[in-house]
Design a protein. Structure first.
Length: 176
């Protein structure tokens, strides 16, 4: 005796259409479709999050030539996701380690030290960025002052027109 299978889907048209409904009716497998947040209280956000990771971190990173290549690539991606890639939500364990209760010992002191070092490096990088931006701004101000000096001392015509508070003023023989 087979257990019934439940297909949890969201409200999207890719899952709720006549083709899917016809397939479920003609299928020799006992499939029940449940729409998240309508038929059941839970959403399928965890499944959607896993699908997003699978697509963006594995599948979209290289071109897929054919069905066999896709199948092989999916097998590798799923193995990596379940057996090699630690998940923050699982306390930095892999899904396989959590499922089979085979969690290795984690040296929390070492992790804290690495986090402190990362924060220190990030802060140093941030200060270097701020210093570089400050130097650029100083150079821009120096160039602006040089241009103003040249304009005032070399190129100012007898009359300069400028817009001030929505009316035109005329300066005669005045330096900017």
């Amino acid at each position: 005796m087979r257990l019934p299978r439940t297909n949890r889907v969201d409200g999207g048209t890719e899952n709720n259409n006549q083709t899917v409904e016809a397939y479920i009716k003609k299928s020799h497998v006992d499939i029940t479709k449940k729409i998240a947040l309508r038929d059941i209280k839970q959403s399928n956000s965890m499944v959607e999050a896993s699908n997003k990771i699978l697509k963006h971190q594995y599948l979209f990173k290289q071109p897929i030539q054919n069905y066999d290549h896709l199948t092989k690539h999916l097998e590798q991606a799923i193995y990596d996701f379940n057996h090699q890639r630690p998940h923050c939500v699982l306390g930095l364990y892999t899904p396989s380690e959590v499922h089979y209760n085979q969690k290795p010992e984690i040296d929390k002191g070492k992790i804290k030290k690495q986090v402190r070092e990362r924060i220190k490096t990030n802060l140093l990088n941030l200060w270097q960025l701020i210093l570089n931006i400050s130097l650029v701004l100083l150079e821009v101000l120096r160039i602006k002052h040089l241009i103003n000096y040249l304009i005032v001392n070399w190129f100012v015509p007898e009359e300069v027109f400028y817009l001030e508070s929505k009316h035109i003023s005329i300066l005669r023989n005045k330096r900017l």
